[in-house]
Design a protein around this ligand. Structure first.
Ligand SMILES: *[C@@H]1O[C@H](CO)[C@@H](O)[C@H](O)[C@H]1NC(C)=O
Ligand SMILES: *[C@@H]1O[C@H](CO)[C@@H](O)[C@H](O)[C@H]1NC(C)=O
Ligand SMILES: *[C@@H]1O[C@H](CO)[C@@H](O)[C@H](O)[C@H]1NC(C)=O
Ligand SMILES: *[C@@H]1O[C@H](CO)[C@@H](O)[C@H](O)[C@H]1NC(C)=O
Ligand SMILES: *[C@@H]1O[C@H](CO)[C@@H](O)[C@H](O)[C@H]1NC(C)=O
Ligand SMILES: *[C@@H]1O[C@H](CO)[C@@H](O)[C@H](O)[C@H]1NC(C)=O
Ligand SMILES: [Zn+2]
Length: 661
């Protein structure tokens, strides 16, 4: 059905000035001057706690200038269920009327305004209602009335979901930035074909159910890892850089309206154990989105504090520290460096009963009945290829104690994940556990256009999934455990042929080098699965036998900075572009024998960027059948929550009392 034309015309006229603001928005979720946050079209889990914020904007200047920049302080807001009687927010949620907040912010309406340095200034009046919940499924209409006669409405849907648990445990693997194309390429590198038939397969290939999730954030169609992780963990989409909150326009990066996450729900309702494992620094977005509530993912020190102690202000005072927390990122733990208030976070965790491991040997020896922290280096963990093939790259100053030496006794994703399972299984006991395990450097190496290092870490993820299934079987909990393997977003990447490195390197002319690329019938077969004469990496059946054959994959993506391309694995990690005066140009030191590929990104980008693609969701175990088909990233949360019986028809607080300490 088509909308009536006169209605369309009226809507267009009303939103004309707003619709022109695209690159920058005054506030992404708020096209009018009255903001309801959570905004229109949001879904909720029954009993999930969240904050509500209303904002009334008075642009002082710019194309939307209104009311001389004086915001309406007498705005009112109501909520009604299924079209019933509208009640004031305070009355409905049995809260005291909060006090009025006021602030000013500015934004650029477009790139011309940014070039001219003429921001539009907006004065705001606002109220926030903290920590409320909707228990009954249905449709709720929230109406904000302001400037005598203007209204903004938001429809919220509380989904009818299960209160009974169907899975005891959930293990959620996230290949950060991982797409189907990358999985296909990784299979080609590690598994041999004969006449087009694979002789062995990835462990992902054995999963019974495959779905697709759409990754848009709440206010942009390209997401980052913060808001996509929040969507997966809370059922609420957010804004780029935001974790566990809807972004508001206030200057405080911690007062944005929060939403309760899967681990906060699970600990509160069932008293289950939970853990996070990542090959990134542990303060990075994908692990901290489990517990973090801020619109600024870069507040690393605070985010580690929130993981341990919960949010301590804005009435969001729950403390559900992880039972297992393993990754890199010692900067946020060593006293004085990037840690919150300069404190020693190894000591902060130890004081709360954690074992603290700074290397693999000590991790494997840590007791399974105690909460466990493991931080194995500064920054991200070195990638699988550098830990196994190009080990010279481990000679860097990254020891987790802060000493000037290299971290050498490093666990990989597999060792961290298997140890986390031991700890969580032990501590979760009959209430089970939730584990998030992230292969972070698929994304990080795709950003650097270092495809081989990305695919090495993807194969490490696949190997980890395979051994996890074996481990669960040996613990006799495989049938009780829902395993999901998915991603948070993609990067444009595919393989389009092969490159003859011998011919490539023999050419001096950059254009002639491209003749080395074989497409279609000249693409040939994977040489990565043929043993390298005289060399054994000893890395097992699920990895290539030769990482640098003569004929390598020719691969690439469409969203890149200026760089040189040579194909094939580099013996050192890549830095494709180098910066001068805030713009990026070809880094001639990177792949110096390659040919120049000019960028397709803004000159301010020094790395590749995320892309729009849907990403795969592999599922096995209880509730697996609910993961087929195509759906939004928030549905991953609702499917898991449904399987864990996290919906609650009343305020439940006993889970926490049942288990903690
Ligand atoms: C709005 O006013 C501020 C000063 O308060 C000024 O800096 C800015 O350039 C003005 N913006 C526009 C779009 O006129
Ligand atoms: C649930 O109950 C606890 C304890 O009585 C209280 O602190 C909390 O605010 C309540 N939550 C909601 C959303 O009402
Ligand atoms: C709230 O807590 C965060 C740390 O979690 C802190 O940085 C922020 O300043 C606090 N805000 C207020 C208003 O106390
Ligand atoms: C690992 O950590 C333990 C405990 O801190 C320490 O005693 C041991 O020397 C470390 N081992 C290596 C190889 O660094
Ligand atoms: C770390 O030690 C190496 C030698 O082992 C030295 O070259 C380097 O300058 C030191 N770095 C710092 C930051 O002290
Ligand atoms: C890349 O762009 C620069 C201008 O920015 C141009 O001089 C050069 O010829 C281009 N190179 C290729 C290979 O397209
Ligand atoms: Zn990324």
């Amino acid at each position: 059905m088509f909308p009536r034309l006169d209605v369309v015309a009226a809507c267009l006229a009303a939103s004309l000035s707003v619709a022109s603001a695209q690159t920058f928005r005054r506030l992404g979720t708020c096209p009018t001057l009255g903001c309801v946050i959570p905004p229109d079209q949001q879904d909720f889990l029954p009993g999930q706690e969240f904050d509500i914020r209303f904002e009334v904007h008075a642009p002082k200047n710019g194309s939307e200038a209104f009311n001389n920049g004086v915001p309406d302080e007498a705005f009112t807001a109501t909520i009604s269920k299924n079209g019933g009687r509208a009640r004031s927010i305070a009355d409905f949620f049995k809260q005291k009327e909060p006090s009025l907040e006021k602030w000013t912010f500015s934004w650029y309406e477009d790139l011309f305004a940014q070039d001219a340095k003429t921001p539009s200034v907006v004065n705001v009046a606002s109220k926030a209602y903290r920590r409320v919940a909707l228990y009954e499924p249905g449709t709720y209409t929230v109406t904000l009335k302001y400037y005598s006669g203007k209204t903004t409405t938001a429809e919220w849907t509380v989904r009818p979901l299960a209160t009974r648990k169907k899975a005891k445990n959930v293990i959620f693997f996230i290949g950060d930035g991982m797409t189907t194309n990358m999985i296909t390429a990784a299979r080609l590198l590690a598994h041999k074909t004969i006449n087009g038939k694979y002789q062995t397969l990835l462990s992902l290939d054995d999963f019974p159910v495959l779905g697709h999730q759409m990754t848009h954030s709440v206010d942009t169609f390209i997401t980052d890892s913060a808001n996509s992780a929040s969507a997966l963990y809370t059922g609420h989409k957010s804004t780029v850089n935001a974790l566990g909150v809807y972004a508001d326009s206030s200057p405080d990066q911690f007062d944005d309206p929060k939403v309760e996450t899967i681990v906060e729900l699970l600990a509160r309702i069932w008293g289950s154990a939970w853990g996070a494992v990542s090959t990134a620094f542990i303060a990075d977005a994908t692990p901290t989105a489990l517990t973090g509530h801020s619109r600024a993912r870069g507040q690393y020190g605070v985010l580690v504090d929130q993981a341990l102690n919960g949010v301590r202000n804005y009435s969001w005072t729950k403390t559900y520290g992880p039972d297992a927390y393993f990754g890199g990122g010692a900067e946020q733990f060593i006293a004085g460096s990037g840690s919150y208030q300069g404190k020693d976070y190894y000591a902060e965790f130890a004081n709360k009963g954690y074992s603290v491991s700074l290397n693999k040997t000590s991790l494997l020896a840590a007791p399974n009945n105690k909460k466990a922290l493991g931080i194995f280096c500064r920054s991200n963990l070195p990638v699988w290829i550098d830990r196994h093939i190009f080990t010279d790259n481990l000679e860097i100053n990254n020891d987790p104690s802060g000493a000037n030496k290299s971290a050498k006794d490093l666990p990989g994703l597999k060792e961290m994940t298997l140890k986390a399972i031991d700890v969580l299984h032990n501590r979760g006991s009959k209430e089970g556990f939730f584990l998030m395990s992230e292969a972070a450097s698929i994304d990080k190496q795709m950003h650097a256009l270092d495809y081989d290092r990305a695919l090495g870490d993807l194969l490490e993820l696949d190997d980890t999934v395979r051994t996890t299934i074996e481990k669960l079987k040996s613990l006799r909990i495989l049938d009780d455990t829902l395993i999901i393997v998915s991603a948070d977003h993609g990067h444009g990447f595919d393989v389009f042929g092969s490159s003859d490195t011998k011919y490539f390197n023999a050419q001096t002319d950059e254009r002639a080098k491209r003749k080395a690329i074989g497409v279609y019938e000249e693409s040939g077969l994977s040489q990565y699965t043929e043993p390298k004469p005289g060399v054994s990496y000893g890395t097992g059946a699920n990895f290539p036998l030769n990482w640098d054959p003569r004929y390598v994959i020719a691969a690439g993506l469409g969203a890149n900075p200026d760089h040189r391309e040579a194909y094939g694995v580099g013996s050192t990690p890549r830095t494709p572009a180098s910066g001068r005066n805030g713009e990026y140009y070809v880094n001639d030191k990177d792949r110096p024998n390659g040919f120049v590929v000019n960028g397709t990104l803004p000159p301010s980008a020094g790395q590749g960027v995320h892309s729009l693609t849907d990403v795969p969701v592999y599922a096995r175990g209880p509730c697996q059948e609910t993961f087929g088909g195509t759906y939004s990233n928030i549905d991953v949360f609702y499917k898991i929550a449904n399987c864990l019986g996290l919906a609650q028809g009343r305020n439940v607080t006993e889970g926490l009392r049942k288990r903690r300490n």
